[in-house]
Design a protein around this ligand. Structure first.
Ligand SMILES: Nc1ncnc2c1ncn2[C@@H]1O[C@H](COP(=O)(O)OP(=O)(O)OP(=O)(O)O)[C@@H](O)[C@H]1O
Ligand SMILES: [Mg+2]
Length: 374
């Protein structure tokens, strides 16, 4: 479906990846993982044709359609929700419009010749429309919107009414309705609650196209993907299996490499010891030369550069009063849209005590011991 051949990309001398090659087949389920800033979005941009690699090539089969859900969604339309989602299927909409126009023309009973011609065109359009699922498109749009958590009364609200998280769900709905051959999804789960996520996973399981997805949600990845592409410092690792399987394989590979590197280091030290000892002894000159050559020939085992780990701790805050935060009769609205009405809330100092009590009662053994005090 799509092949990536020896591509490389760097920004301001920082190499994100180089000589990267992989193939994407129909129905693949691929997780693209890596630390923040490792280049996941950049690679998706390249696959979507929105950025170019510095070197290498991308080969895409003709007619393969790609849909890309971006990490940052900005509202770009003044349309209503359902209208916006339906507008994604422009070809289907144009055809639907033409069908209506022909049907109206036929009902007005024009001249005989024209009538025959219109009937033929109508037949062709109707078959194409049915094949593309055109008659069900509004029904499907509503099913997707509902699956992703929108309510019936949201369908005709303007997009400008929705928060960033809901705009992302709207963009995702638009994409799913078009059913592209390849779905590129950059952090789709960031704004989904559990219910929407469960629906989305089921949808993806039945999806007939390819899915390439980045997510920090480990369980989601485990359930959805069957291949992993991991952008690590200095290399991109490709693995068949889900995320946990990748982690296990990676750990084992690292252990094997580390033991081999230790063995290799010992071998080099042994040889060096011999060289140092007999370096000035004429009778051993030939052996010393051959040991030096041997050392030179040894292909050093490269251990992966460890990803940076950050250690930090919160400083002890000054002791607050008993009520750290209290909200009394708080209202908040955006024009006519009421977000809170008469909200009352008290957060007390050392909230951990009641939480710990609840925890030890319902989930003994899982009680966090290091919760910070408010
Ligand atoms: N247009 C650009 N110009 C310069 N640097 C860029 C550009 N786009 C991305 N970068 C840099 O390239 C690196 C990779 O960015 P990218 O957004 O691809 O990472 P990511 O893996 O998607 O990160 P995150 O997990 O935070 O989404 C970052 O250091 C970023 O600052
Ligand atoms: Mg990103």
């Amino acid at each position: 479906m799509l092949s990536v051949l020896n591509i490389g990309k760097a920004y301001a001398n920082r190499v994100l990846f180089s000589n990267l090659s992989f193939k994407i087949d129909a129905r693949d389920r691929i997780a693209l993982i890596g630390a923040n800033g490792s280049g996941k979005t950049t690679l998706l941009d390249i696959l979507a044709g929105e950025a170019s690699p510095d070197s290498g090539q991308i080969f895409k089969q003709r007619n393969v359609t790609i849909g890309y859900l971006k990490q940052d969604i900005r509202p770009s339309s003044e349309k209503q929700l359902l209208q916006e989602v339906l507008s994604a299927t422009a070809a289907i909409n144009t055809r639907a419009h033409r069908i209506t126009v022909i049907q109206e023309a036929l009902s007005e009973k024009n001249g005989e010749d024209d009538h025959e011609k219109l009937l033929r065109e109508l037949g062709v359009l109707q078959s194409a429309h049915e094949a593309a699922g055109g008659y069900d498109v509004e029904h499907e749009a509503k099913a997707i919107l509902s699956g992703l958590g929108f309510k019936q009364e949201d369908f005709h609200r303007p997009l400008s009414d929705f928060s960033g998280g809901w705009l992302m769900r709207a963009a995702l709905s638009r994409l799913l309705l078009v059913r592209p051959d390849m779905l590129l999804l950059d952090e789709p789960t960031n704004h989904l609650d559990i219910e929407a996520c469960v629906w989305f996973e089921k949808y993806l399981a039945a999806y007939r196209g390819t899915v390439i997805v980045t997510s920090h949600d480990r369980e989601f990845l485990n359930r959805v993907v069957r291949k992993v592409l991991s952008i690590e410092p200095g290399e991109v690792i490709q693995h068949r299996g889900n995320y946990d399987e990748y982690l296990i394989a990676r750990e084992q590979e690292l252990e094997t490499k580390q033991s081999a590197a230790i063995r290799q280091e010992k071998e080099i030290q042994r040889e060096m010891l011999f060289v140092d000892r007999f370096r000035f002894k004429a009778t051993k000159a030939r052996q010393v030369q051959s040991r030096l050559k041997h050392i030179e020939k040894i292909q050093r085992i490269a251990l992966p550069r460890a990803t940076k780990k950050i250690h930090f701790s919160f400083p002890e805050p000054p002791r607050s009063g008993k009520e750290a935060i209290s909200l009394k009769h708080v209202d908040k609205s955006y024009d006519t849209h009421v977000v809170y009405r008469d909200l009352n809330l008290v957060l007390e100092r050392d909230l951990t005590a009641p939480v710990r009590r609840l925890c030890s009662r319902y989930w003994p053994g899982y009680c966090p011991s290091n919760m910070a005090n408010v």
